[in-house]
Design a protein around this ligand. Structure first.
Ligand code: GDP
Length: 365
């Protein structure tokens, strides 16, 4: 371009043509060279069976995805990994926030890897994560030692969907982890009721972490949750808290005596420990492995896993039926109107539900 400054009028000044703006993209880069190659179900399975943690992580992301195309690959991967799964010890670890779950899991994990070898996956079920848009359970930053251990895999709770959906994804992740050679699985959950039932339905041993020193120890802990526990451990048994912990342990033991003997034939034990000072950790794991030996001998181990598979089949049917109903666009429109009429008292809840279901079944034909 001719610059006006180059005219004779501006004697002594010349302006050269400049260069155009530089592209922010390297023009010599071959397109797609660094783009992530879309793996096939076969690639995922092969990577998982090789124990490749990066591929395992990507496969878990697919399991958690709500995208239907991801889901179909995920289901194929799970199906192919199933024959290689099952060979592990699955332990559920539950406790209210502040009970010391992350501190304890860090110590438990280091202990089992040191004493028993193998590989450990830490997964989580956190129903609150849907609301908080991000899980606090299973967070790597809370488990400082384990997160840098070469034989551990830590995965936060899947965050999307109902509790049933979140829990199902965690259960599917167990299959993938086992196929990748993880022979110890911890499933962490917060002690608020429903999520414990879900956790209990996918583990071999359910460990309940409790605290002492809150007055009446048994208050606020639901009978159902205590009945689920295969072992109760009282944390923070250190410093001037030791006596209180021992007293709490006695109270728990007495309370457990009143429950009928569990189907496993195993009388749940109550132990005290300190996750922070790593005291009493060995005793807890001796107890868990003693239980595993016991139920493997009496057949309950296999029985419990078979019952769990049955439970998850029904859970899966229920979840898919529910999703199919609520995601149907015609039903979604009708729901709003029905909800309004119920709120305004123009229709009873039962009639409204029946009409919606009748319309749904009619749509299926
Ligand atoms: P979470 O919410 O159940 O995961 O609990 P955290 O592991 O985050 O622990 C909650 C708090 O209790 C933290 O401040 C820990 O340092 C403390 N804590 C955990 N375990 C112990 C223990 O064995 N003894 C004592 N004194 N404090 C502990």
């Amino acid at each position: 371009m001719e610059h006006p400054e180059n005219s004779p009028e501006y004697e002594g000044l010349t302006v050269n043509s400049g260069v155009g703006p530089v592209s922010i993209v390297n023009p010599y880069l071959k397109r797609g060279r660094f783009a992530r190659h879309q793996l096939t179900a076969g690639d995922y399975v092969e990577g998982i069976l090789r124990g490749n943690v990066s591929i395992l992580g990507q496969a878990v992301t697919l399991v958690e995805s709500t995208n239907p195309s991801h889901q179909s690959i995920a289901q194929e991967v799970i199906e192919k990994c199933l024959p290689y799964s099952g060979n592990s010890v699955r332990v559920g670890i539950s406790g209210v926030p502040g009970a010391g779950k992350s501190t304890s899991i860090d110590e438990f994990g280091i202990h089992v890897l040191k004493e028993y070898g193998g590989r450990l996956a830490v997964l989580a079920i956190d129903p609150s994560s849907e609301r908080s848009k991000g899980s606090i359970l299973g967070d790597k930053t809370r488990m400082e030692k384990l997160s840098v251990h070469p034989d551990s895999f830590i995965r936060p709770s899947p965050s999307a969907g109902s509790l049933g959906g979140v829990a199902r994804k965690t259960r599917e992740t167990i299959v993938l982890c086992e196929a990748a050679g993880f022979d110890k699985i911890f499933v962490e959950t917060v002690g608020v009721g429903q999520s414990e039932t879900a956790c209990h339905s996918m583990v071999d041993f359910f460990l309940l972490i409790q605290l002492a020193g809150t007055g009446d120890e048994l208050q606020g802990i639901k009978r159902g949750i205590m009945e689920m526990a295969d072992g109760i451990v009282i944390n923070k048994c250190d410093g001037n808290n030791v006596d209180k912990c021992q007293l709490a342990a006695t109270q728990f033991r007495n309370a457990l005596q009143l429950f009928p003997m569990p189907d496993s034939g195993w009388q749940p034990k109550v132990l005290t420990y300190s996750g922070f000072y790593a005291l009493g950790i060995k005793e807890i794991w001796d107890m868990i492995y003693e239980y595993i030996d016991y139920v493997k001998k009496n057949g309950y181990f296999e029985y419990r896993r078979a019952e769990q598979s049955k439970y998850w089949m029904y859970e899966s049917i229920n979840e898919q039926l529910r999703n199919n109903f609520y995601q149907n666009p015609t039903i979604a429109d009708m729901l709003l109107a029905a909800e309004k009429s119920v709120l305004e008292g123009r229709r009873s809840s039962f009639i409204a539900a029946k009409q919606l279901l009748d319309s749904y079944f009619a749509l299926l034909h």
